[in-house]
Design a protein around this ligand. Structure first.
Ligand code: FES
Length: 341
């Protein structure tokens, strides 16, 4: 079974239209719930005639001992966000996929520039809290919102700034005060920190503005983009290849490193890497299954694949050996991949 179950232990009303769900993985699912700062959860939500799935970032830190927490902001007409804000209460049990995503800094000791717009603060908050709690990095946060009442985590940020005055700098940009964010405003506030890796999350138009401006200043930008999932990734992967395919010699194998263990599983040319891994009993992470989210990303150490679709990995990612398991088909008979490190 690929899905995990998590009980909602508390619902926190962060602002008028943003709710946080504090979660407790059910017994037996705790280990598979491990996550890295900046990762997200895929939550199963009811939809007309069946189920759908939506992704929400974890705003908690895995390094502070706090329970996992996701924050959900209502989107006009949004299926998942409105269902969660209207219906989910303490005691409910949600079906979720393993935490996933690549919006996570490799080191908590390297100084960072974080930029968030609106509810884009959620993964950024997880990174920020993790750096302050378990690393030595200095963090600058540029946080844009419509007005003061829309600022999610305002109290928590104030408290963290007071506790870490030498390590955390928070600059708010409020549309009600400074107007809509402009390239000039981003340059002026973030410019002094442009030498640091930048992690950016927020509405599409805001991320385009910030990413373009920071890239122009020479910053290395990591952007977290969310999208609506088309299918239901909670459905089990398709059937294994039929006997004919399995026996015609057109088979390869995958050596996979995960959670410090190495395993080998068979791989038919007709199936995608993720399906072969799940069928082989490997607890591989995934979310969209459409090549759009990078939840399934792993590193190819040996061998070669082609990707059916990829709207998320850039040239540098590919040059670094990253591949999308949900879209990869074999070119070579043997492939060695790792999910560790
Ligand atoms: S699961 Fe989303 S890109 Fe593969």
């Amino acid at each position: 079974m690929t899905a995990l179950k998590a009980r909602v232990v508390e619902v926190v009303r962060e602002t008028a239209d943003a709710h946080s769900l504090v979660l407790e993985p059910v017994e037996g699912d705790r280990e598979r719930f491990a996550y890295r700062p900046g990762q997200f959860l895929t939550v199963r939500v009811p939809a007309e005639g069946g189920w759908a799935a939506r992704c929400y970032s974890l705003c908690s830190s895995p390094l502070t001992g706090d329970r996992p927490k996701v924050t959900v902001k209502r989107v006009a007409g949004g299926l998942g966000s409105n269902w969660i804000c209207d219906n989910v209460t303490a005691g409910d049990v949600l079906e979720v996929l393993r935490p996933a995503g690549t919006f996570t800094p490799p080191s908590l000791d390297e100084d960072l520039l974080l930029v968030a717009g609106g509810s884009g603060i959620t993964p950024v908050m997880s990174i920020l809290k993790s750096c302050l709690a378990a690393g030595s990095a200095k963090v600058a946060l540029l946080y844009a919102n419509r007005d003061e009442r829309s600022v999610i985590f305002a109290d928590e940020l104030r408290e963290l700034t007071e506790r870490h005055p030498d390590r955390l700098t928070v600059v708010h940009l409020l549309e009600s005060v400074q107007g809509l964010p402009t390239a000039a405003a981003v340059r002026s506030v973030a410019g002094p920190y442009a030498g640091r890796p930048a992690y950016v999350c927020g509405p599409e138009i805001f991320m385009d503005l910030v990413s373009g401006t920071l890239t122009g200043l020479g910053a290395k930008v990591h952007a977290e983009r969310f999208f609506s999932l088309e299918g239901d990734p909670f459905e089990q992967p398709g059937d294994a290849p039929d006997q004919g395919e399995a026996e015609n010699g057109d088979a390869g194998e995958i050596e996979v490193e995960m959670d410090g263990e190495t395993r080998t599983v068979p791989w038919r040319r007709s199936e995608r890497l993720l399906d072969a891994l799940l069928r082989g009993g490997v607890d591989a992470p995934f979310s969209c299954r459409e090549g759009s989210c990078s939840a399934c990303a792993c590193v190819a150490l040996e061998g070669e694949v082609t990707l059916d679709a990829n709207t998320v990995l850039d040239e540098q990612d590919l040059a670094d050996g990253l591949i999308l398991a949900c879209q990869a088909r074999p070119v070579t008979d043997r492939l060695k991949i790792t999910y560790d490190g």
